[in-house]
Design a protein around this ligand. Structure first.
Ligand code: ZN
Length: 490
């Protein structure tokens, strides 16, 4: 197996290097959330990263089947193989059915993703809905000799697998080093080796989520669901598998081992990992007291937040970094993102209101090609944003009357912003509505502005003030400038 091929570097120069297995079609699998709590920034980054890739591949003309799973069983408290099931624990604490917990947090997750303008995947399969398939997958691994049964549980034999294939190929870890650094956990004597991971776990009497199997009444190991559902919906080999960098080891490494053991070959052609998010330089986690949910970002209700941040500010902030670099959240950084986004939206709005001249007095650089090149350069979203701001300088200058733009050039710029800002970066214009729905709404506000202008000309201050004040009460900023009236949503 060529490690370079695996090493998720293939999106560098997307169009040149990316070769889908089936012409015109792309299969993409991304590890989704374990739904036992509110979504936080750690959920937002992979969702947004792969949303950009999903949008771009579709834009390039591929038919994309995007599978993002829901982990609703087998994600345990301590590590992959021990402790209480996280969902069962939450159900016990909140006195709910486990599936009630799953539905509750899945609904909230969907709500947050919609706010972030993350497109829904093509298929969102639940691990608990694929127990039979997972049992069949375990049988294949057992038949191939890379798993063993022990006390009603089934474990993957990492040492044996490593003798025939290489374990650790994706993360570049060396199994000998790992053997020296892993300690045996209490109560895990069932395993031959501490590195072995559970494919099936026998349920202890207090474990409430369990299913019958040839080995015991129990439940599947966490790593198994992605191999199984990936194969079921995308085939034995598929194009792209994504997730957060924290999943590369052991989760994705185990997935590779499972598919090579069961199928005789790896399932995934290109691995892509987004980097992690820190909060004021620290890893995000309950123990650091810096665990901020998306909902708290949206309403500002957390001691670390000095204000609320709209979902689009969070999205824009994440896109200001390339997906492989780390992102550090702070109030200052978010406020800077908020300002930058406001500038970008002002540019977009001014672009809609430019009056064309007979001839342009500036030569437009080929912004479109520059923006495509940035997307092809491993989804370089900060570069796309920089190109849009460059174009914005010309738009602002035309709006101020310093340069003139022809109808053709204005059209080019509108296409640039509609393609990259709206369709590919997925920014919503206005607080709730997408750009396509904005036109009648903008027209209505412009009409009010015209009525106000007439009122002012006739010195009807009462009507003029009434319109301004009522719009302000509805959340609009109305500004009188030298060029006329400018309005925006607060
Ligand atoms: Zn997964």
């Amino acid at each position: 197996m060529d490690r370079n091929l695996l090493l998720y570097n293939s999106l560098k120069r997307t169009k040149q290097l990316f070769k889908p297995l089936h012409e015109g079609h792309v299969g993409m699998y991304v590890c989704g959330p374990t739904v036992y709590g509110d979504a936080h920034l750690g959920h937002a980054r992979p969702a947004i990263t792969f949303d950009i890739l999903f949008r771009y591949l579709k834009h390039l003309g591929y038919k994309v089947r995007y599978v993002r799973n829901i982990t609703d069983v087998g994600h345990l408290e301590h590590d992959a193989d021990s402790g209480e099931d996280k969902i069962a624990k939450k159900a016990r604490l909140e006195q709910l059915e486990p599936m009630e917990v799953v539905q509750l947090y899945l609904n909230r997750y969907h709500h947050d993703m919609e706010a972030l303008n993350v497109l829904p995947p093509s298929i969102e399969p639940h691990a608990s809905g694929h127990i039979i398939e997972q049992i069949e997958y375990i049988k294949k691994i057992l038949d191939a000799g890379y798993a063993y049964e022990s006390e009603g549980s089934v474990y993957f034999d990492v040492e044996k697998y490593n003798r025939d294939h290489k374990y650790g190929i994706l993360s570049g870890r060396n199994i000998e080093d790992m053997l020296n650094t892993t300690r045996a956990l209490d109560g895990q004597e069932e395993k031959r080796n501490p590195l072995d991971f559970a494919l099936w776990k026998k349920a202890s009497p207090e474990h409430i989520m369990h299913w019958p199997s040839p080995w015991s009444e129990g439940f599947p190991g966490w790593h198994l669901e992605c191999s199984t559902m990936g194969e079921k919906y995308l085939g034995e080999t598929f194009d792209i598998h994504g997730g957060g960098l924290d999943l590369m080891f052991p989760h994705h490494e185990c997935e590779i081992a499972q598919s090579v053991a069961a199928q005789g070959h790896p399932a995934v052609n290109y691995w892509i990992h987004n980097n992690m998010i820190t909060i004021e330089g620290k890893k995000m986690g309950k123990s650091y007291n810096n665990f901020i949910t998306l909902e708290q970002f949206f309403n500002g209700d957390h001691p670390l937040l000095t204000q609320a941040y709209s979902p689009m500010v969070i999205r824009f902030f994440i896109l200001q970094a390339q997906y492989r670099s780390t992102v550090d959240f702070s109030n200052e950084a978010l406020q800077a993102a908020e300002k930058a986004l406001q500038k970008m939206l002002d540019i977009y709005r001014r672009l809609q209101n430019l009056t064309p001249a007979e001839k342009s007095t500036v030569e437009l650089p080929d912004f479109m090609t520059q923006a495509y090149e940035a997307m092809d350069d491993d989804l370089n979203t900060p570069m796309v944003i920089a190109v849009l701001f460059e174009a914005g300088k010309i738009i602002n200058s035309a709006f101020d009357g310093n340069v003139k733009l022809s109808a053709g050039d204005i059209e080019k710029l509108r296409k640039l912003f509609d393609t990259f800002l709206i369709d590919l970066l997925g920014m919503k214009v206005g607080s709730e509505e997408g750009a396509s729905n904005m036109k009648p709404f903008e027209g209505a506000v412009d009409l009010l502005m015209d009525i106000r202008k007439n009122a002012k000309e006739q010195k009807d201050w009462a009507t003029s003030d009434l319109i301004r004040d009522q719009l302000a009460a509805l959340g609009f900023n109305v500004k009188d400038t030298k060029q006329g009236v400018e309005w925006s949503l607060k």
